[in-house]
Design a binder for this molecule. Structure first.
Ligand code: NI
Length: 174
């Protein structure tokens, strides 16, 4: 038996967040252990979605839990997730990110997407997502490509946020 471990979440201005993650070849015991750690870290934060790169592992893995009721869980794993279709209609959500703490901004994205992925048994799935699910899976797949939600807002706002985190990191290092 292996105990789950809480991992450190990487935050701005770390360059690691800009890395492009590699596809997962095979679902191994190590990969399952990594997913366990991702869930523990995500629930502890707490957050509703986490990409492996946010704990420093550049692999195309996403964990998510969009359950709304107190005390209920709906842990979901997406391995090598890919958007294969996006709707023309869009929706706007106020997004946040565990790697950009305390920042929330409206982001406009396709309202519905079709996502293809593997589960922990290596089985293929294709699902249509809408609402928060659509927003969240697009946000997390962005992470796998080194893209952050602040890349979808105005340059002025983005630069201000990046500058704030760069300053804080500098202060912490002094
Ligand atoms: Ni995020």
């Amino acid at each position: 038996m292996r105990l789950m471990a809480l991992r450190k979440i990487i935050t701005l201005p770390s360059r690691k967040l800009r890395a492009k993650s590699e596809p997962v070849g095979k679902v191994t015991a190590d990969l399952r252990a990594l997913v366990d750690d991702m869930f523990e870290t995500m629930y502890d934060a707490p957050g509703i979605g986490l990409a492996a790169i946010q704990i420093g592992v550049p692999k195309r893995i996403v964990t998510m839990d969009l359950s709304k009721k107190e005390g209920e869980t709906d842990p979901r794993v997406f391995i090598n997730p890919e958007i294969v279709w996006s709707s023309d209609d869009t929706s706007t959500y106020e997004e946040g990110c565990l790697s950009i703490p305390e920042v929330h901004e409206d982001v406009e994205r396709p309202a519905r997407v079709k996502v293809k992925f593997l589960d922990l048994d290596g089985e293929r799935h294709e699902e249509e997502a809408e609402g928060l699910y659509a927003t969240c899976i697009q946000h997390e797949i962005d992470h796998l490509n080194g893209v952050l939600f602040i890349d979808h807002i105005s340059k002025l706002k983005r630069d201000r946020i990046i500058k704030k985190f760069a300053k804080a990191a500098k202060r912490a290092a002094e």
